[in-house]
Structures are given as structure tokens and as C-alpha cells.
Design a protein around this ligand. Structure first.
Ligand SMILES: [Fe+2]
Ligand SMILES: [Fe+2]
Length: 160
């Protein structure tokens, strides 16, 4: 049996993350703000973006996929900033309706992002990455940790 393609594991993460955010928002609506659970979910999403930007996108860019990667990185930046903003809201006793609204914006961003990433970028990931790297990254998705303080490319502070 051939191993599961890396794209399948990545798409599964998209679904898990979406479901977790939806559950968090539903809990907020009914009066519970689980900021610890939110942090766990958001760190999964941050690590997902880390894997894409550090390991998946560079070989695709080298293979000539320029525009789609540019768009993915820009959207990662928007998503990243919104994660920080929602965490801030969750720990600072913001109005629940405001938190739910931010979560809806995040889910819409993710939906638009994944709707392009899954059909356009991920097939190229499966076609371009070596079997060894794909296998290593599959393992990383199970147990790996993102370096502390890593920030996605577009959300990094400008260095002077
Ligand atoms: Fe993704
Ligand atoms: Fe992405």
C-alpha cells in the first residue's frame, strides 16, 4: 500500500482547525471562553503555516510557482495577524459578540485560502516533494513542534 499523500494530511488539518474554531465560537456564544483551547488550536494553525512556508513553498517556488505562493503568503499574513488579535480578545474579556465576529472573519479567510490552496498548491506539493521529505513532514505533522517565536513571512516585523 502506498503511503497517504502529504496533501491528505494537510487537508485533514484544515478540517480539524476549522471544526475547532467553530466549536470555540459556539462555546463563546453560550458563555464559555476557552482561551487555553483556543491557544492550542491556533498553535496548530501556526505550525501548519510554518510547515507550508518553510518546507513546502520553497521547492514549489523553485519549480516556477510564483504567483500562487505569493498569494498564499499574503493570506497567511492576514490570518496570522487575526490569530494574534483574537487571542488578545479572548484573554482581555472582550465582548463575546466581538470574539464570535472575529472568529467568523477568520473562518471566512481560511475558507477562501484553503479553497485555493487545496486544488492549486497541494497537488504540486504531492508532485514535487521527494518521498523522503513528504514522509518526514507527515511525521512532523504528528509530533513536531514549531520553533518558538517563528512568525510567518508577511507578518514579520520589518528589519532596518
Ligand atoms: Fe494549508
Ligand atoms: Fe496555507
Amino acid at each position: 500500500m502506498s503511503p497517504e499523500p502529504l496533501s491528505a494530511a494537510l487537508e485533514r488539518e484544515h478540517k480539524i482547525i476549522d471544526a475547532d474554531i467553530e466549536r470555540f465560537a459556539a462555546d463563546v456564544s453560550s458563555g464559555t471562553i476557552d482561551s487555553q483551547g483556543l491557544h492550542t488550536t491556533f498553535n496548530l494553525l501556526r505550525r501548519h503555516i510554518y510547515v507550508e512556508e518553510e518546507f513546502l513553498f520553497p521547492p514549489l517556488r523553485e519549480a516556477g510557482m510564483i504567483m500562487p505562493i505569493l498569494v498564499m503568503n499574503r493570506e497567511h499574513g492576514e490570518i496570522w495577524n487575526l490569530l494574534d488579535a483574537i487571542e488578545e480578545q479572548a484573554i482581555s474579556n472582550a465582548e463575546p459578540s466581538g470574539i464570535v465576529e472575529s472568529c467568523q472573519s477568520l473562518l471566512e479567510l481560511l475558507d477562501r485560502h484553503n479553497a485555493k490552496e487545496e486544488p492549486i498548491v497541494y497537488p504540486e506539493v504531492d508532485a514535487t516533494l521527494s518521498a523522503t521529505l513528504a514522509e518526514e513532514l507527515s511525521k512532523f505533522l504528528n509530533i513536531g513542534a514549531m520553533p518558538e517565536n517563528w512568525v510567518c513571512e508577511v507578518a514579520r516585523p520589518i528589519r532596518h
